[in-house]
Design a binder for this molecule. Structure first.
Ligand SMILES: N[C@H](CCC[C@H](N)C(=O)O)C(=O)O
Length: 247
């Protein structure tokens, strides 16, 4: 069975496809373990679907299921295309709904599900958070200093709101984002739905225009824009390893 490792701007995933949709919680924990396994932030398994190009199963590295993963959707689309599971333009079923993706070489664009502002102005310790759903829940705080990311505070908020936790700062007309990811239980080098939530808050508050660049912890460049009601998310993905692995 083909099994690939992808990095989507530092957010990394093990990806394979199977005819069988089954619980892979334990496999996700094993494969994602940084020392005893392949090492990744998540596991993506592509399975057949009668209505769309395919369906996916997404697991965080702790084995928890998540409905959506922005970076994972781009890695998954690239894997599906290069393994002839879909054409370069595809639609696939996730826990958050249908995701459309377009593969152009190593650049992949995902159209995320319509963002939803769940709560505004959650005042905690002098910070004002918005809770935004971009396929999974994200707390977003607009900061002056992106270097000041209090991981302990982020971890506390992650459990209190069962959400990923992001800080975002303006960088000219673009944005810098840092994310503490639920299910990885640490800061990751990039979080796609997190960048989308940060973009959506800044855009809603008219602090940025449409179609901007967003720079995650890895320093890579991602491109985000509003397309009527959905957020488009584009950037490079890199296949870092591949094996015809016997499961
Ligand atoms: N950890 C997230 C899922 C992965 C999100 C992130 N990797 C992305 O690129 O959107 C959660 O459990 O809500």
């Amino acid at each position: 069975m083909r099994c690939s490792k992808y990095s989507a701007n530092g957010n990394d995933f093990v990806v394979f496809h199977s005819d069988v949709k089954e619980d892979r919680t334990e496999l996700a924990k094993e494969l994602c373990h940084r020392q005893d396994g392949v090492g990744a932030d998540g596991l993506i398994v592509i399975v057949p679907n009668s209505d769309y190009d395919f369906e996916w199963q997404f697991y965080n590295s702790d084995g928890s299921h998540a409905d959506m993963c922005g970076n994972g959707s781009r890695a998954c689309a690239h894997y599906a295309y290069v393994n002839n599971l879909a054409s370069s333009s595809m639609s696939f079923l996730t826990g958050a709904g249908i995701i459309k993706a377009e593969v152009d070489g190593d650049m992949v664009l995902s159209e995320l599900t319509p963002p939803k502002i769940l709560e505004k102005n959650i005042e905690i310790n002098g910070k004002s958070w918005w809770l935004i759903d971009t396929g999974v829940p994200h707390l977003v705080h607009l900061t002056e200093n992106i270097e000041e990311f209090d991981i302990a505070e982020a971890r506390e908020l992650r459990y209190k709101y069962n959400a990923n936790v992001n800080i975002v700062s303006l960088d000219g007309k673009n944005l810098k984002v840092r994310t503490y990811e639920r299910g990885v239980e640490d800061e990751t080098l990039a979080c796609g739905t997190g960048m989308a939530a940060c973009f959506y808050r800044a855009y809603t508050e008219e602090k940025v225009t449409n179609n901007i660049e967003v720079y995650p912890k890895s320093g890579d460049t991602l491109y985000l824009g509003m397309n009527d009601k959905t957020i488009t998310f584009r950037g490079r993905v890199k296949k870092t390893f591949e094996t015809d692995w016997v499961l």
